[in-house]
Design a binder for this molecule. Structure first.
Ligand code: NAD
Ligand code: UDP
Length: 316
């Protein structure tokens, strides 16, 4: 296949690029580097089947030659990023998705949208199956991201039903691994960096809110299978292992040998979902997929990467 990956210089886009290349496909990475970095794809610079186009996908997208698939991953993704970039977040979810869909239609390419568990908002159904419509405040602080992704799902489905485009929608739950930005503000980089610096980990609020953490290789496998499937309706891909943020802090401190404990800060953004856990029955049934990497295994693969990153910056 000849595949376009938008957001290729980001955390997930770079891992997806690696996977498609290792399967023998050709990858064109596209990114405007607003939250990503070419460091994430530097190892691909001389790869014969990889090329990179610096471009903002909210503008008309031109790609020469045929395309078999487009994976649309461009979007600010961490709460601090989309709070700092509210308009860009709305634009890339709306205009960027429209442009990428138009390109898919023009090329006759299959289209896969990176959606999110945030479409469920602060959920009142737990765990969340794909049939749950969600509980989102459109004008709350997270509204710019949640509503952009909900619009992106709606326009993807409209291209499917109206234009007959082959489309896929993956609802991604919290995913972590090497190449996450040290300062993207998400809980995994924050906690690992604090622990490696022997600082107390900052719990936003009482730390009783829950999340379910998935290692990046499991997500990439689920996305690969979904793209090759014939499922046009959304599919959750996440690890159902659910932890309170306080428990998660304890695990990070234990794995890093950090004895500084935790500290509570009143830094939680409003609308911080209280619970989050994927119902993955559908992915199990239609993709034969389930996560393989436990939280301690995934963290054992991630912590050394952050340690090296902090060394490189002379921060530890
Ligand atoms: P990331 O910030 O590392 O990557 C996003 C990439 O998109 C960056 O490289 C950024 O520069 C690029 N980008 C943003 N706007 C762009 C634009 N207008 N034009 C071109 N490029 C643009 O984040 P990530 O964690 O890799 O997330 C990738 C995708 O997966 C996002 O769509 C995100 O919403 C989705 N997602 C991620 C998670 C997660 O846990 N990591 C969870 C749910 C959904
Ligand atoms: N969080 C925290 N300390 C931090 C960063 C995040 O307690 O240093 C909490 C945050 O309030 C949320 C959870 O950890 O409840 C996950 O936050 P993240 O930003 O990783 O992603 P979210 O799932 O909220 O989009």
């Amino acid at each position: 296949m000849r595949v376009l990956i938008t957001g290729a210089a980001g955390f997930l886009g770079s891992h997806l690029s690696d996977r498609f290349l290792s399967e023998g496909h050709e990858v064109i990475g596209m990114d405007n580097l607003i939250t990503g970095t070419t460091d994430n794809i530097a190892h691909l610079a001389n790869h014969a089947r990889f090329s990179f186009i610096k471009h903002d996908v909210t503008n008309y997208i031109y790609v020469a030659g045929p395309l078999d698939a487009i994976l649309h991953f461009a979007s600010p993704a961490s709460p601090i990023d989309y709070l700092e970039l509210p308009i860009q977040t709305l634009k890339v979810g709306a205009l960027g998705t429209h442009k990428a869909l138009g390109l898919a239609r023009d090329k006759g390419a299959r289209f896969l949208l990176a959606s999110t568990s945030e479409v469920y908002g602060d959920p009142q159904v737990h765990p969340q199956p794909e049939t749950y419509y969600g509980h989102v405040n459109p004008v709350g602080p997270r509204g710019v991201y949640d509503e952009a992704k909900r619009f992106a799902e709606a326009i993807t489905m409209a291209y499917h039903t109206y234009h007959g485009l082959e489309t896929r929608i993956v609802r991604i739950f919290n995913t972590y691994g090497p190449r996450m930005r040290l300062r993207d503000g998400r809980v995994v980089p924050n906690f690992i960096a604090q622990a490696l610096k022997r600082q107390p980990l900052t719990l936003y609020g009482d730390g009783m809110q829950t999340r379910s953490f998935q290692y990046v290789s499991d997500l990439v496998e689920g996305i690969y299978r979904l793209l090759l499937s014939d499922e046009a309706e959304p599919v959750n891909i996440g690890n159902p292992g659910e932890f309170t943020i306080k428990e998660f802090a304890g695990i990070v401190n234990e794995l890093t040998g950090n004895e500084a404990g935790t500290v509570t800060k009143d830094l939680r953004t409003l609308d911080d979902p209280q619970v989050r856990q994927p119902d993955i029955s559908k992915a199990r049934r239609i993709l034969g997929w389930e996560p393989q990497v436990t939280l301690s295994e995934g963290l054992a693969l991630t912590i050394p990467w952050f340690r090296e990153e902090l060394h490189r910056r002379n921060e530890i």
